[in-house]
Every structure is written in structure tokens, then in C-alpha cells.
Design a protein around this ligand. Structure first.
Ligand code: BEZ
Ligand code: FE
Length: 286
């Protein structure tokens, strides 16, 4: 193939890819090439602009480390994560809605017994969280695996802190035979997504803020049910209507109830203000 031009280049690339054995990969690559070329045509992209684009994507890759995932931030801030989540989790009304995964989950979080303090020594306002895991017909789902992760009260995840020796603010728990779970932690604050890199610069250039509303992450898995990746947001909190990563869903906003000092939910004296949250998760059958 020679002398390719504006009109013929797209077909030439598609023809070159025609031997892809994986049918799904072929479909995805065909669509990607068509849309990329359409984008360049529609915007009449200049060479200088595409150089800038390549520079940006290079910087996104270069800042990535095992604990810094700039491509997830890019996908999240462009709304692509929310789009992919939404089109893959069309569930019947009543099932708990999914939202963005984010870049701060780790696979090797510490395991805790139900009721444990999962903050692992983080300072902050005590928070007692409990609820049930059940199916849409109201039946409890016994022994579901519940992964929880959160920022501290200054808005940072443990993996963002230099010299991390042990995890804090994250846990793997198992619901009991009746589907109940509970744990103690501290109240997380809203926080800006990491914005000291190319995605932060992009947001600034687009006149956008990097903030997320306060939330607690959950990933819940149980045999026979679809994996649920979601958050619980704080009712009345800041940024619920301008989340930098478009993750808020009304059904995931709950009251984080404030209490004065007294007896905590476990019957122990507590001398400071504390919060409680009760949130049930409804999983959809696989
Ligand atoms: C998070 O909630 O942890 C998160 C989600 C998307 C981008 C950055 C952080
Ligand atoms: Fe988060």
C-alpha cells in the first residue's frame, strides 16, 4: 500500500489489522482506529497539537509507579471510567449501584475480624460502620468477602505516604452467616485526587478542580453474585455535585450520623464525638 492520503489511510490500517485472530480484540482495534482517525479529521488536528498530545501521554506513563496510576486518573477525569462502569452494571432497581474503582485499592490489605478497628492507628474521629450483604429478594448472603479502603482525615490514602511500613485505613473482612458486617475506623474527609502530575495540569488548564466528596470504598464478592465495586458518600458533604471523577450516585449517599460522647455501639465508653453509618449492600446474581 502506497500513496495513502487523508481519504485512504483509515481503510489501509483496518486492512493491515485484518489478520487479528482474537475476534473481540479485532472489533475493539477497528473501532479505536476509526474513532481516532475521525477525531483527527473532525478537529483538523495540527502536527504541533498532536506532538503536545504525545508529550502529555508520555508524561502520564512516566509518572506511573506501582502505587501511582495516572492512566486511571486520566480515565476517571475524562468520565470514561464512569461510562464503562455504567454500561457494564445495568442492574435491576434495588441492587446497590456500582461506581468507579479508583487507583487506591491494593490486593494485599490486612484481614480483620468483624468489629475490628481497621484504621490501624490513624488519628481521627471514630466511626462505627455496619450493615448487611443481601440479594435482591432480601435473603442474606453469608460470608461475603468485603474489602474496604479509605483516605485518612487529611484526605490521603496509606499508599500515598512515603515510607509506608504497614497498611492503614483498609481491610478485608468476611460477613457473618447472616450477612452482617461491622467495623470501626475513622471518618475520612474529602480530598483532591493526586494533581501534582499531568492529569492535575490538565484539570487546571480546563479550569476544573480535583476534589472528590468524602467517601468510603467497598468491594464485595460472593459466589453466585456479581462483584460490587462501590463507595458510600457522606450526605450533605462538599463536592457531591462536582466530583472530579463523576462517581456520585444518589443511592450511594447516606447519613454519617454524629453522636456526642457516651457509650459507643459496642457498649464501650467513648469520650469524644463519634459517627455511625449503617449501609446495606444488595448484590445482583451473576
Ligand atoms: C478514589 O476514590 O480513591 C479515586 C477515584 C478516582 C480517582 C482518584 C481517586
Ligand atoms: Fe477514594
Amino acid at each position: 500500500m502506497r500513496n495513502l492520503d487523508e481519504q485512504t489511510i483509515t481503510q489501509a490500517v483496518l486492512a493491515r489489522n485484518a489478520g487479528t485472530e482474537d475476534r473481540r480484540l479485532h472489533e475493539i482495534m477497528t473501532s479505536l482506529v476509526q474513532h481516532l482517525h475521525a477525531f483527527a479529521r473532525e478537529t483538523q488536528l495540527t502536527e504541533q497539537e498532536w506532538e503536545k498530545g504525545i508529550e502529555f501521554l508520555t508524561a502520564v506513563g512516566q509518572i506511573c509507579t506501582p502505587t501511582r496510576q495516572e492512566f486511571i486518573l486520566l480515565s476517571d477525569t475524562l468520565g470514561l471510567s464512569t461510562l464503562v462502569t455504567a454500561q457494564n452494571h445495568k442492574k435491576p432497581a434495588g441492587c446497590t449501584e456500582a461506581t468507579v474503582f479508583g487507583p487506591f485499592h491494593v490486593a494485599d490489605a490486612p484481614q480483620f475480624d468483624l468489629g475490628a478497628n481497621i484504621s490501624s492507628g490513624l488519628p481521627g474521629t471514630p466511626w462505627f460502620v455496619k450493615g448487611k450483604v443481601q440479594s435482591a429478594d432480601g435473603a442474606p448472603i453469608p460470608h461475603a468477602k468485603i474489602e474496604v479502603w479509605q483516605a485518612d482525615d487529611a484526605g490521603f490514602y496509606d499508599v500515598q505516604k512515603p515510607g509506608l511500613e504497614a497498611h492503614h485505613g483498609r481491610a478485608i473482612l468476611q460477613a457473618n452467616a447472616e450477612g452482617h458486617y461491622q467495623f470501626r475506623t475513622i471518618v475520612p474527609d474529602c480530598y483532591p485526587i493526586p494533581h501534582d502530575g499531568p492529569v492535575g495540569k490538565m484539570l487546571e488548564t480546563l479550569n476544573r478542580h480535583p476534589w472528590r466528596p468524602a467517601h468510603l470504598h467497598f468491594m464485595i464478592t460472593a459466589p453466585g453474585f456479581q462483584r460490587l465495586v462501590t463507595h458510600v458518600f457522606r450526605e450533605g458533604g462538599d463536592y457531591l455535585d462536582s466530583d472530579a471523577v463523576f462517581g456520585v450516585r444518589s443511592s450511594l449517599i447516606a447519613e454519617w450520623v454524629s453522636h456526642e460522647s457516651g457509650l459507643d455501639p459496642y457498649g464501650n465508653q467513648i469520650d469524644s464525638q463519634y459517627y455511625t453509618l449503617e449501609f446495606d449492600f444488595i448484590l445482583h446474581h451473576a
